[in-house]
Design a protein around this ligand. Structure first.
Ligand SMILES: Cc1cc2nc3c(=O)[nH]c(=O)nc-3n(C[C@H](O)[C@H](O)[C@H](O)COP(=O)(O)OP(=O)(O)OC[C@H]3O[C@@H](n4cnc5c(N)ncnc54)[C@H](O)[C@@H]3O)c2cc1C
Length: 315
């Protein structure tokens, strides 16, 4: 099917883009990589009257590290840039593990991390990763810029906190205060598919003690789930088999999966538990940049999650 008719604008400055969005109100949509918006338009699930294509805006393709270790990802940084990033491979094991697992190479060439956060698909991988890392989104609108914590940014399935005349300029990942370990694991029916279950886990340690932990879940609820209690359970003690098992149980309890053609709710909850154990067990003793990355799995639908899976992405 073809999209319904729309007006197309390709502004060359953020101010111009914001002004166009203001003019278009609820009928306007930002176009970044187009990998989610265009399919929706072709199916006529979305019929915006105005498309504001931000691909001509200068200076938004970056991903970079500030002096204090903060990582910033611009609105036009593509998935492929993050997949190939030396910065992420050496500094950010959770993002480095997730980047190659987003869709397929064609989608990764155009799609953006910031666009994925804006799209707020419950099966989108980046929202879980950014949630586990305690990240935020910088929005720019007529009133200037504001920072929105990711927990407040994703307001529901396919809903975000942006006003109609705001553009998400960048995603921000705060610097770890200790040694960062963790990873992202994804159960998918075939390579390039959306997650049946995804788990992002980020753990910061000082000495042996966990000082911060974030665990977030993909595809097992109406929106991205922050398994806050699971993360909290790890703090203030070393990572042990016991503490990992406790966090895994709490994460599984936080999941809200539904039985569908991809598997039963019970199976998906079991996979959450399995993935938390697997990521944290591998992360334990492997600091970032020295083997802390846990990559994705491509499963046969094994009941216990152990058989027919392959791990990839070791840094
Ligand atoms: C075949 C296929 C498989 C896929 N598999 C996966 C997968 O496994 N995992 C996964 O996570 N994703 C997957 N995706 C989605 C893909 O990652 C998209 O790239 C991503 O969801 C959206 O990014 P985009 O830049 O393409 O955004 P667009 O499609 O351009 O926009 C998506 C939405 O976000 C809004 N938006 C985008 N950027 C901004 C901005 N800067 N400011 C304000 N609003 C903005 C748009 O208005 C639109 O509503 C898949 C897509 C396809 C087509």
């Amino acid at each position: 099917m073809y999209p319904s008719r729309f007006r197309y604008e390709a502004p060359r400055s953020i101010a111009e883009a914001i002004s166009l969005l203001r003019e278009g109100g609820d009928e306007a949509k930002v176009l970044a990589g187009g990998q989610s918006l265009v399919p929706l338009m072709k199916l006529r699930f979305a019929s915006p009257a105005l498309i504001v294509d931000i691909n001509n805006l200068p200076g938004l393709s970056y991903h970079q590290e500030d002096a204090d270790g903060t990582i910033r990802i611009g609105a036009l940084c593509r998935h492929v840039d993050l997949e190939r990033s030396v910065l992420l491979k050496t500094k950010q094991p959770v993002m480095a593990a997730a980047a190659p697992l987003i869709a397929d190479p064609i989608v990764r060439n155009r799609g953006t991390l910031v666009g994925s956060l804006c799209h707020a698909d419950p099966q989108g991988d980046w929202a879980s990763v950014v949630t586990a890392l305690g990240g935020s989104v910088i929005a720019s609108g007529p009133g200037g810029r504001r920072s929105i914590p990711i927990a407040d940014f994703v307001t529901g399935p396919f809903e975000n906190a942006l006003a109609p005349d705001e553009i998400a300029i960048e995603a921000v990942i705060p610097p770890p205060k200790g040694t960062l370990t963790g990873g992202y694991l994804k159960l998918e029916r075939r390579i390039g598919d959306f997650a049946t279950v995804g788990v992002a886990a980020a753990v910061e340690t000082s000495g042996d003690t966990v000082t911060r932990a974030g665990i977030a879940l993909t595809g097992v609820g109406g929106s991205t789930i922050s398994a806050t209690e699971a993360g909290q359970a790890l703090i203030g003690k070393p990572l042990t088999a016991e503490s990992i098992a406790q966090a895994a149980d709490l994460a599984a309890a936080a999941a809200r999966p539904r039985t569908d053609h991809r598997g039963s709710a019970e199976y998906k909850r079991h996979m959450v538990r399995t993935f938390v154990v697997r990521i944290l067990s591998r992360a334990n003793g492997h600091p970032a940049g020295a083997g802390g990355v846990v990559g994705g799995v491509t499963p046969g639908q094994s009941a216990n999650g152990e058989a027919n899976t392959t791990a990839e992405g070791t840094a």
